[in-house]
Design a protein around this ligand. Structure first.
Ligand SMILES: Nc1ncnc2c1ncn2[C@@H]1O[C@H](COP(=O)(O)OP(=O)(O)OP(=O)(O)O)[C@@H](O)[C@H]1O
Ligand SMILES: [Mg+2]
Length: 591
């Protein structure tokens, strides 16, 4: 769907649009940092004045005047420092507020681009990483870094030799930073991948805890996890070793440099080329010149992580930018057209459904049948826009799905997935799709249409029953019926039900047929995927999906009567009764 964008904008443009022009702010903060750094020369000048003027002249008023001036300058420096960090914290918070909703949107959208839950959740952490970086001492060090020459010039002005030594120290420290970056880049990339693998495993085990427990392979799961963990730890140790040793080395160099400067200063004093005040001033100024480098080296891991997170957020913005100024379309009321649709698996790109075309008019119900693994669910996912289409179009009243805003389209679509899951919330919230303005009347109407109203009101908390994280407070059949109510809520034009009766009893089947009949009566369109015949009572048309192709489509009686059709689905004995289908009927009649 990304290819449908009228003018693809870069991630960076979109980032500026979302969080404001941070380049302007960067320049402002750089200027402010310049001011702070000029004021930071106060200490060095003060030493110079004290030793070389006040002490030599022995004048107390001079000492007081110099001190008062220094205090004033220090206060200004402190004020600007506070201002700078407050601006950064607020900028971080603003970024978070504007990016966090996007990161959460990724959680919803990413699976359709083939990302795992853990990878999608990582985007949420990216926002945290960037925010805490912005509020940390690292950006301050980065802003101070360009002003380092100020202190170098000061030291040079005291004595060229000292200036040279400080500059050499600075170059060596910077070289160390670059070396750290080069050595850790590859390892930290690998470490990141290993962390993602570990998170995916943890996620998968958490979701399948029932299975692990029931069949007792929890220990094997733990072993797999600890393997992944060990890989991650090894890489982490290697990365920490590299950055740890280099940062240790830089600390030692720094101390040596500091002492070297004092030693050289003392030598110059002995030689009579230098004053005692200059030694102290030089020491203060050179310490200040080198401290941003120290800070940057110390924060290097954080800087790299924040940069990676920021880039990823930019990429995400570019990937998600498909809702460009869409015009609101009128509610669909005439038809659903599927034109040469090819659906691919988001992760692998494997073609699951190819070149499927059919059209449905308002007031018709279509049944999709076919053998297991034939591609019915995949087609349904293409039909409601969960998975992007490789080729072809799904049109609601002739408008391609991509022309609809997601939220507007959602109101016209009801979807019941094959593995029903409900969200953490109450039954009422789940049915109403968490619409805060939902009318009780509509919720009850949807529940009644799904034949689940009586069951809900019999629960102690009725519609307010809280379902827990995965809607686990209900039985599979109850979940399926509430899922059906959610699909029917608001009388959507297109209702797609993926095996809506797999967990239903006879009463549920009857309710389903009635629900489909009422969709028909209000001139809606329903697509029902079914393995069991009971779901097809209200169906007008039938499509047969097999090996990713639509191998038959037409009025129910005609399709089911067609001879030789290898349908894993029996209907009134008209089709050859496959063993699997026979057992399905047997199980249906047992319910
Ligand atoms: N996310 C996915 N990634 C890759 N392949 C997939 C994915 N989901 C399904 N498939 C493959 O697509 C094919 C069709 O699967 P699909 O779920 O559409 O079948 P189905 O007709 O709904 O089957 P069933 O009746 O068992 O539900 C299968 O071969 C399956 O392995
Ligand atoms: Mg399926």
């Amino acid at each position: 769907m990304a290819s449908k964008r009228p003018r693809p904008r870069s991630g960076n443009e979109l980032m500026v649009e979302r969080i404001g022009n941070y380049r302007g702010l960067t320049i402002f903060l750089l200027g402010l940092s310049g001011l702070i750094n000029v004021l930071a020369l106060t200490g060095a000048f003060y030493m110079l004045q004290i030793y070389d003027r006040a002490l030599t002249s022995g004048s107390v008023p001079t000492l007081v005047a110099i001190s008062v001036l220094a205090i004033g300058l220090y206060l200004f420096q402190g004020l600007f420092d506070v201002l700078r960090s407050q601006i950064l914290v607020r900028f971080g918070a603003r970024m978070d507020a504007r990016l966090a909703p996007l990161a959460h949107e990724v959680v919803i959208e990413m699976p359709r681009y083939g990302y795992s839950t853990a990878e999608a959740l990582e985007r949420g952490r990216d926002v945290d990483t960037v925010r805490s970086f912005v509020a940390s001492s690292a950006p301050i060090a980065l802003f101070d870094l360009p002003w380092m020459p100020l202190f170098l010039i000061f030291v040079f002005s005291l004595h060229p030799l000292l200036g040279l030594l400080t500059s050499i120290g600075a170059v060596v420290l910077i070289a160390l930073t670059v070396l750290t970056e080069m050595l850790t880049r590859r390892v930290s990339g690998e470490m990141h991948k290993a962390a993602a693998i570990r998170a995916n495993l943890a996620d998968s085990h958490a979701r399948n805890s029932d299975i692990l427990k029931a069949m007792g392979f929890g220990n094997r799961a733990i072993a797999r996890f600890s393997d992944a963990n060990a890989k991650h730890l090894t890489l982490q140790t290697r990365a920490s070793d590299i950055s740890g040793s280099l940062s240790g080395l830089s600390k030692v160099l720094r101390m040596m440099l500091q002492s070297g400067l004092l030693g050289l200063g003392a030598y110059l004093v002995i030689k009579g080329e230098f004053s005692a005040g200059s030694i102290i001033a030089c020491s203060v100024a050179s310490a200040r010149a080198l401290s941003p480098i120290d800070q940057v080296i110390g924060n290097w891991k954080g800087i790299v992580a924040a940069r990676r997170s920021f880039r990823r957020l930019e990429e995400t913005l570019a990937a998600m930018d498909d809702e460009t100024k869409m015009i609101a379309l009128p509610a669909p009321c005439r038809s659903v057209k599927v034109e040469a649709v090819t659906v691919v698996a988001p992760a692998s790109g494997a073609v699951l459904v190819s070149d499927v075309s059919f059209s449905i008019a308002a007031g018709q119900v279509v049944g999709l049948i076919g053998p297991s693994g034939g591609g019915k669910t995949s087609l349904a996912k293409g039909l409601v826009g969960i998975w992007p289409l490789l080729r072809g179009h799904v049109r609601l009243d002739d408008a391609d799905l991509t022309q609809w805003r997601k939220d507007a389209l959602g109101a016209h679509v009801g979807y019941l997935p094959q593995d029903v899951s409900l969200l953490d919330g109450t039954i009422a919230e789940n049915i109403a799709r968490f619409d805060p303005d939902a009318e009780a009347r509509d919720i009850v109407a949807a529940a009644k249409a799904a034949g689940v109203h009586e069951m809900i009101v019999r629960l102690p908390d009725g519609y307010q029953t809280a379902l827990g994280p995965n809607g686990t407070a209900l039985s599979a059949g109850q979940r399926q019926r509430i899922g059906l109510a959610r699909a029917l809520y608001g009388d959507p034009f297109l209702v797609v039900l993926d095996e809506p009766n797999s967990n239903l009893d006879a009463e549920g089947d009857a309710a389903l047929t009635e629900a489909l009949t009422s969709v028909k009566a209000r001139s809606g369109i329903a697509v029902v995927i079914a393995h069991r015949p009971s779901a097809l009572a209200a169906v007008d048309l039938i499509g047969v999906v097999q090996a990713g192709k639509l191998v038959g489509f037409g009025p129910k009686d005609e399709v089911l009567r067609e001879p030789g059709r290898p349908i894993a689905f029996p209907s009134g004995g008209a089709v050859r009764p496959a063993a699997a289908a026979a057992s399905a009927v047997a199980s249906a009649s047992m319910i």
